[in-house]
Design a protein around this ligand. Structure first.
Ligand code: DP6
Length: 409
């Protein structure tokens, strides 16, 4: 824009944007980087974006010439703004804004201002539910809107946390490896929108965990350094699996979708066991859930439910709507809430659990596990959902009209 700069007015007052962003759960796992700095993966991955009605991050960002420095609050507590990944995302957004200001002067308007960022999750961070993916997707989406940057910014979210790039889109999303050295083509792309497969449902079983496991960043570093299996997986297994999975989604073929999901989760955990020293993310409850699913599927002679586990013991089950009552009844039977444990919280949260089902004795016999009260804390019943959203109602903002957190712990 030729005369854009001449028209550029100094920004007074405050600019503010609030967004929400979803959690995603991979069915082809990302595990291992070929470039730590740029967060470039050793294999492509594919995930389902979960509905924000049940799980989401919310972030408000504000820019003002009155702010003295960049500041960040997370779940009510101020955090150091020097965290390298946060710096990376802020820096990349400002770099892009600088580059684009010749095309759209608004992109450059705020470059002289510091920002305030306030973010929270609508679910406990400690529950180990991919909070960093939703958090970084939300941060990057909000900053991009604030700086008037249009188009895909998943390559920036990727640098906050690899899996965050997939939370930039709704539905079924793949993260391509990319070939460019600067990682500009290692981006997320939608395979199909959430509406493509309306019957698909998700049950997240939040398992009572012991001490905190190795974080994914550190865990995958050790795996890449020490595991021969992870190299084989990246070169010889994932490329064809990614294609088969994409096809299964496009055809809404639950048999193939379920089988690949379970095999890929198992192989990811096998690479963790192949890491030296080994990493264990699954606990006894996770293993019981794996047995339950296989025995349940065998009982019916087809795949009716598929499990997947990330860097922790929580189980995520994919299934079709009609089977939700039976699978929930099985989970309640074998993993009932303990009488002493969190009686205020509903055991099954999220989408309605109205269709309670009586379980036939043959099915209970086929599963044949010892009931384990209290080992599952609660279950979130959800489905695939949309990508990040902008909230326009100022009541939903986390910063007040002057750009300061409305609540702080
Ligand atoms: C097991 O995205 O948390 O959930 O890039 O180091 O932040 P960093 O790792 P992160 O790893 C997620 C690993 C996973 C599998 C997946 O989501 O694909």
């Amino acid at each position: 824009m030729e005369n854009g700069r001449a028209n550029m007015k100094p920004v007074t007052g405050i600019s503010q944007v609030t967004c929400t962003a979803p959690v995603n759960i991979a069915v082809i796992k990302y595990w291992g980087k070929r470039d730590e700095q740029l967060v470039l993966p050793i294999n492509p991955s594919l995930s389902v974006t979960l509905s924000q009605d049940q799980l989401c991050a919310r972030t408000t960002v504000a820019a003002s010439a009155d702010f003295k420095r960049d500041r960040v609050w997370l779940n009510g507590q101020e955090q150091s703004v020097d965290a390298p990944r946060l710096q990376k995302c802020l820096g990349e957004i400002r770099r892009l804004a600088r580059k684009r200001k010749h095309k759209d002067e608004r992109a450059g308007d705020l470059l002289g201002s510091c920002v305030h960022v306030c973010s929270e999750n609508n679910f406990p961070t400690a529950a180990g539910l991919a909070s960093s993916a939703a958090g970084y997707a939300c941060l990057v989406q909000s900053l991009a809107k604030l700086f008037h940057i249009d188009g895909d910014v998943s390559h920036i979210a990727r640098q906050g946390s690899g899996s965050a790039c997939r939370s930039m889109y709704g539905g079924f999303v793949e993260w391509t490896m990319g070939r460019l050295e600067d990682g500009a083509d290692s981006v997320a792309k939608q395979v199909a929108p959430a509406e493509h497969w309306p019957e698909l449902r998700v049950l997240v079983a939040v398992v009572n965990a012991g001490k905190k496991a190795v974080g994914s960043t550190e865990g995958m570093q050790t795996t890449v350094k020490t595991s021969a299996l992870v190299k084989y997986r990246a070169e010889h297994v994932v490329p064809s699996r990614q294609e088969d999975m994409r096809q299964a989604i496009l055809e809404r073929d639950f048999q193939t979708f379920g089988e690949i999901t379970m095999k890929d989760s198992n192989q990811f955990h096998a690479t963790c066991l192949d890491t030296y020293p080994p990493i264990f993310y699954l606990n006894e409850t996770s293993k019981h859930i794996i047995h339950l699913v296989h025995r349940y599927n065998r009982h019916h002679g087809k795949i009716k439910a598929a499990y997947t586990f990330d860097a922790g013991p929580n189980a995520v089950l994919y299934l079709l709507q009609d089977d939700v009552p039976e699978v929930l009844a099985l989970l309640r039977h074998f993993f009932p809430p303990s009488s002493t444990n969190n009686s205020e919280r509903e055991f099954v949260q999220g989408l309605p659990d109205a269709n309670r089902k009586d379980l036939p004795a043959e099915l209970l016999n086929s599963v044949g596990l010892e009931p384990s009260p209290g080992s599952v804390q609660y279950i979130i019943h959800t489905r695939a959902g949309q990508g990040p959203q902008v909230l326009t109602d100022p009541q939903q903002a986390l910063l007040d009209e002057k750009g300061w957190p409305k609540k702080q712990n």
